[in-house]
Design a protein around this ligand. Structure first.
Ligand code: NAD
Length: 703
């Protein structure tokens, strides 16, 4: 059991002890139930305190149990909460650090609650496509009011305990502890106080007995429904949150509970909920590397050097400054350093202006940043990240210098997006210390980090950079060495399909609209304009030499020949007004596409949104299957994480691999066979990757 009970004089203290966040898995629930029984059977005990060991009161349900029979196995969370309510001796929940989801629902079953300041309180189920399922929607409105509760339930966002304690008329916390350190002591005293109060046998207070009304009733819920609909177009869960809270105001408590349960179970079986849960688990799994043990000793990383203060170097630097880690940047010329520094300042000042960063924090961060023109100043840094021009000769010169000056044991990282990390490692006498850290632009904003593992990269280097990624709040995925790594290798095929669609009859706006309706943050052509169409152009120029028989549409080359590189030149597939990001369709571009189509003798046809989505998404899937097979990605879920966190793939679809699994791999292969018959498409590409063909034939899935 992962909850234990100790007797402190006349108070029994039940402590949840299931690291890291005291998840309410079966063993923990059994421990709580046993503790309540033990305390009630012990005549010396007058009151009970329930709390959590370590870094949380409780982070909520054990997500690994979701969808498994274990979640329902008795005592399930509902029964445990009932046991709290039915305890003859008063129970005080002593809440600290993190009190979320099922953890908050558990606390709401206690007779009294005392909280430490600084506790993050939330019902985050909506983020997994669910509503709270153990009374959260029925009890929270009774203690913080309908509006505050609904805001918390629909957003899933945490609120600090002191903020909740200041709500007028709130009954969530009976008492606030002076500090987290004094909570245990104060909880014991409070438990004795309530034991004395109820020594006369007076009834113990239950949240379920509190009234629950909104003065505007129907009008308020109608308003909420409209708001929620606008904000969450593809998710069913937020609207169900409104329904459940409304039920709390209109139904008897037990009927409201039954209603909540029904909504919860129905949501549990939706594809959206499966997708969101998949991402939750996949993100955690991505940080683990099969052959690198969790207890691998880490190298200490307390200072960073960055080579190149351009677009990427500056953004990368900000990540470390934000985490309080000192950074030294090197450039070849003072002007380049000045430019890089000015960009970092400008970015921070914009945050200060928007009220997202305090002036003193900004100054603290800038104070951690220093610059140099000399490699000899870098030697003591624990890790160096190179972000210079993407030319192998330049990388060679830089890595030879780094090999000369960096102290033994320093990690040497490259932010290259296309070059061979093994070749870069071979420029040094310490290839085991070399690793790829592929940040995405803007590097201070984008969550994804591809960690490129070279053939000789040491295991402790891998473990260290994964830990560093966490520290700078990136979602890291390991990729093997190949052209484009995981993400860009796949996007090249996606871009190629986009080109064929234009040749066959689409406009850029039609393709983008279809993909955005599917849920992508932006369609392929808007994305090209944002990233710069010249990047793809450069890659194609290389490809036509490497693979002269590769089939591709020339339309994007024609666009680039006009200098339409995208947002940075004010014109790409669309036009842009300075200072704005709205994509305005351009008639000349459409005419250019039509003319090119005519020159190829193609009669345009009407292409459905469904075909657009399938061709683009399945092109990702087929390339990804090759990537998996080659061992470039360790697991399908890593690929999903790359696409969700780096390429704007809709979370409620769970990533391309999860989406393919939902569609059914048999159906995916059938569609590919159909696309292969289209003479204007690339039949060779649409040969299903052997792994995909095998899984489909066996009726299996990627994940
Ligand atoms: P950039 O041109 O904006 O910046 C490169 C900087 O490196 C310039 O300031 C230049 O003065 C400096 N530099 C060049 N040679 C140098 C040398 N020998 N010593 C010191 N400084 C030198 O380029 P960027 O977009 O920041 O790209 C840098 C690296 O990051 C490239 O390898 C690129 O492939 C990779 N990358 C770029 C992106 C992106 O979207 N821009 C995304 C991921 C990775």
């Amino acid at each position: 059991m992962t909850a234990d009970t100790r007797i402190h004089g006349d108070v029994a203290v039940i402590t949840l002890n299931n690291p890291p966040v005291n998840g309410l898995g079966l063993a923990t629930r059994q421990g709580i139930a046993a503790g309540i029984n033990q305390a009630n059977a012990d005549p010396a005990v007058k009151a009970i305190v329930i709390t959590g060991a370590g870094k949380a009161f409780s982070g909520g349900a054990d997500i690994k149990e979701f969808g498994s029979p274990k979640a329902l196995q008795e005592p399930n969370l509902l029964s445990v909460i009932l046991a709290l309510e039915n305890s003859a001796k008063p129970i005080v929940a002593a809440i600290h650090s993190v009190c979320m989801g099922g953890g908050l629902e558990l606390a709401l079953g206690a007779h009294y609650r005392i909280a430490a300041p600084g506790t993050s309180v939330a019902l985050p189920e909506v983020k997994l496509g669910l509503i709270p399922g153990a009374g959260g929607t029925q009890r929270l409105p009774r203690v913080v009011g309908v509006e505050a509760a609904l805001n918390m339930i629909v957003s899933g966002e945490p609120i600090k305990s002191e903020m909740l304690a200041s709500l007028p008329g709130q009954k969530l916390f009976d008492k606030m502890a002076a500090s987290p350190e004094s909570l245990a002591e104060e909880a014991l005293a409070f438990a004795r106080e309530v034991a004395a109060k109820h020594a006369d046998g007076s009834a113990l207070p239950l949240v379920r007995n509190l009234p629950c009304k909104h003065p505007l009733g129907d009008a308020y819920f109608q308003f909420s429904r409209n708001m929620v609909k606008g904000m969450s177009k593809n998710f069913p869960a937020p609207a169900k949150c409104v329904d459940a809270v409304e039920a709390a105001t209109k139904k008897k408590f037990d009927e409201g509970m039954a209603f909540e349960r029904e909504l919860f179970i129905n949501l549990m079986w939706t594809a959206e909920c499966r997708a969101l849960r998949h991402i939750f688990v996949a993100e955690r799994a991505a940080s683990k590397i099969a052959d690198v043990p969790a207890d691998t000793p880490l190298r200490a990383i307390n200072s960073i050097a960055i080579i190149g203060a351009g677009t990427m170097g500056g953004g990368i630097a900000m990540n470390f400054l934000n985490a309080g880690i000192p950074v030294k940047m090197l450039e070849m010329k003072q002007e380049a350093l000045d430019r890089g520094l000015a960009t970092i300042r400008k970015n921070y000042e914009a945050q200060v202006k928007k009220g997202k960063l305090k002036q003193d924090k900004y100054e603290q961060r800038m104070a951690l940043l220093s610059t140099t023109l000399s490699y000899d100043d870098l030697g003591t840094a624990d890790m160096v990240i190179e972000a210079v021009f993407e030319e192998i000769g330049v990388k060679e010169a830089v890595f030879k210098e780094l090999d000369r000056v960096m102290k033994p044991g320093a990690i040497l990282a490259s932010n290259t997006s296309t070059l061979d990390v093994n070749a870069i490692a071979a420029f040094t006498k310490r290839p085991e210390d070399v690793v790829g850290l592929h940040f995405f632009s803007p590097a201070n904003v984008m969550k994804l980090l591809e960690v490129v593992r070279g053939a000789k990269t040491a295991k402790d280097v891998m473990a260290t950079v994964m830990a560093v990624a966490k520290k700078i709040r990136k979602t890291a995925v390991v990729s093997g060495v190949c052209d484009g790594f995981i993400g860009n290798r796949m996007i090249e095929q996606y871009g190629r399909q986009g080109g064929f669609l234009l040749d066959e009859g689409c406009t850029p706006a039609q393709v983008d609209k279809a993909m955005e309706k599917f849920g992508m943050a932006m369609g392929p052509f808007r994305m090209g304009d944002l990233a710069g169409n010249d990047i793809g152009w450069a890659i194609r120029k290389r490809r036509v030499v490497e693979k002269p028989d590769m089939k591709y549409s020339k339309t994007a080359d024609l666009l680039c020949e006009k200098g339409r590189f995208g947002q940075k030149t004010g014109a790409g597939w669309y036009d842009y007004v300075p200072g704005k990001r709205d994509a305005i369709p351009n008639a000349e571009v459409v005419a250019m596409i039509e003319e090119h189509r005519k020159s190829l003798g193609i009669t345009p046809r009407k292409i459905s949104d469904e075909e657009i989505v399938q061709r683009l998404v399945f092109s990702l899937v087929n390339e990804a299957a090759h990537i998996l097979e080659e061992g470039i990605a360790a697991k399908a879920s890593d690929i999903d994480i790359v696409y969700i966190f780096g390429y704007g793939f809709p979370p409620h679809r769970g990533g391309p691999m999860n989406y393919a699994d939902e569609v059914g791999l048999f159906n995916v292969v059938q569609a590919m066979n159909r696309f292969a018959k289209n003479p204007l498409d690339d039949a060779k590409f649409w040969q299903p990757a052997p792994l995909l063909a095998k899984l489909a034939a066996e009726g299996k899935t990627f994940n």
